[in-house]
Design a binder for this molecule. Structure first.
Ligand SMILES: Cc1cc2nc3c(=O)[nH]c(=O)nc-3n(C[C@H](O)[C@H](O)[C@H](O)COP(=O)(O)OP(=O)(O)OC[C@H]3O[C@@H](n4cnc5c(N)ncnc54)[C@H](O)[C@@H]3O)c2cc1C
Length: 456
């Protein structure tokens, strides 16, 4: 039976297409990476449908690429070798919220916006960690790519918040990870051999996650933003360490932009929260005292008159920290998300400005501090998607900032294909071969998102 007919047989004619006009949007994203080619798009509704699709794909040796909202910007949802795109957005049910055991079980297509609004309405005392990504981004894909959200500085990155999973293996078996594998509540993924790592960070090359259980956190009633400013970037590692040592920040990010002029400083933005107004006031005073006395005083200043519009942007969940990324017009945007040790911030800062200037760009930074041991250092580039030369400039800039991230002892978060190859080339060779063996073991016909994390 032709593949199209077999797919219609599995999901019905209204949830599969091979129409080139519909496939167009699945063949690219809004980053700077080259487009690919999708032959079919399918919108499954159940794990059983996905299982049947994977059995078919193995039989026909057809690639399968899962896509959430396709907002990672680095081409990791772009099918490189054709085949079936599995668009997860019809798997959009929020199945359970358990306030006492603090988790939510959701299907893989549930968006950030949907979960946020659902919790706001039905469980207002709880929240999940929300990335700054557009609200259509899926909660599951964000957790699977080691994303980070507005409470990550306090509680950890979003992959740490997975308490259980349902996964369809590349060969079609439907599996469970965590307590849910024993038929219990979805409250914890241990103590058991922790299989979750086989699916986190792999870009869909090892299986399709169909459900996750996500940890929930308290949502204090009161929130406030305080902003500090400095022009001395060499102070940053110690200042970051001290702010995190005080251990009261809910969110903490650094921003800088060369334009407009008033933004051309280093701003340290600290979001505080509290269950009581007095708690919030105490936290604010503690941070002001800490930074006014920092290194004998006068090295970092408190921004007293933050514009109300800016205050609102920072306090929104998620915050709108990226102020004016689209400098060039034309809608293209991609960044190297370098995960760096905090002591490398000054070196990365200087190098990032050099790279932007070398490629004729305005430097623009948003960096989120993660738990106190690392920072997501964003080397941001905007470009005109209609101008091939401009796109190529962005690719060159990305290659340089990727290299910088590795030279500084860091890692590249959700990197595009050349970044993945750069990481694998630097990796200890047995480790790289281990990755390949895991992929071969789970996916003997190598049908899953081929080309991604491809060990030579
Ligand atoms: C303006 C802007 C701001 C952003 N800010 C943040 C931020 O603050 N924090 C942050 O973490 N990210 C941020 N991002 C990056 C990105 O948008 C988010 O991480 C987003 O959550 C990714 O979700 P997605 O559904 O778009 O994933 P996709 O791009 O669709 O998928 C990501 C990867 O996961 C795989 N995948 C998808 N679904 C599954 C599945 N069910 N099973 C197995 N594999 C799967 C895909 O094949 C792909 O390799 C930002 C992006 C933009 C555009």
């Amino acid at each position: 039976m032709p593949i199209m007919n077999a797919l219609v047989d599995i999901v019905g004619a209204d949830r599969v297409s091979d129409d080139p006009a519909e496939l167009f949007i699945y063949s690219r994203d809004s980053g700077a990476q080259p487009p690919g080619r999708a032959d079919y798009v399918v919108l499954p509704k159940t794990a059983e449908e996905i299982s049947r699709i994977l059995v078919l794909a193995n039989r026909e040796k057809v690639p399968v690429t899962p896509v959430g909202a396709g907002l990672t910007l680095s081409g990791i949802v772009v099918p490189e070798r054709g085949g079936i795109v599995l668009d997860m957005k019809r798997m959009d049910r929020i199945l359970e919220v358990d306030e006492i055991n603090r988790y939510a079980v959701i299907e893989a297509g549930v968006s950030q916006g949907a979960l946020r609004e659902y919790l706001k309405k039905h469980h207002p005392r709880f929240q999940h960690s929300t990335p700054e990504a557009p609200p259509t981004a899926t909660v599951t894909a964000n957790a699977l790519i080691h994303g980070h959200g507005h409470i990550s500085p306090r509680y950890g990155i979003n992959s740490d918040m997975i308490a259980g999973m349902e996964v369809v293996l590349p060969t079609g078996e439907i599996t469970r990870i965590g307590a849910c594998a024993l038929g219990g509540k979805w409250f914890s993924r241990g103590p058991l051999p922790d299989l979750a790592g086989l699916f986190v960070g792999w870009y869909g090359t090892t299986g399709i996650v169909t459900k996750i259980s996500l940890k929930l956190f308290p949502k204090p009633e009161f929130r406030q933003v305080i902003v500090f400013q400095t022009d001395d970037i060499d102070l940053l590692p110690e200042a970051i360490a001290e702010i995190m040592y005080l251990d009261m920040a809910e969110d903490f990010f650094l921003i800088m932009q060369e334009k407009p002029d008033w933004m051309n400083h280093c701003f340290l933005v600290v979001i505080l929260s509290g269950h009581f107004e007095e708690e919030l006031a105490l936290k604010k005073e503690a941070y002001q005292r800490l930074l006014s006395n920092f290194k004998g005083g006068n090295r970092i200043s408190f921004v007293a008159n933050l514009h109300p519009a800016l205050e609102k942007r920072f306090l929104d969940v998620p915050p709108l920290a990226a102020l004016a990324a689209d400098f060039r017009k034309g809608g293209g945007f991609q960044y190297t998300g370098a995960i760096l040790p905090i002591d490398q911030v000054p070196a990365a800062w200087r190098r990032g400005i050099e790279i932007a200037h070398k490629h004729g760009m305005v430097c623009s930074y948003v960096h989120q501090v993660l738990l106190g041991n690392s920072i997501m250092f964003g080397f941001n580039y905007s470009f005109n998607r209609g101008d091939e030369a401009d796109i190529e400039r962005a690719r060159l800039a990305l290659a340089e900032s990727n290299r910088t991230a590795l030279e500084l002892g860091g890692m590249i978060w959700k990197g595009e294909k050349p970044a993945q190859q750069m990481v694998l080339a630097k990796m200890e060779p047995h480790t790289a071969q281990f990755i390949r063996r895991v992929q071969e073991f789970l996916d003997p016909n190598r049908i899953m998102n081929p080309g991604k994390w491809e060990v030579p």
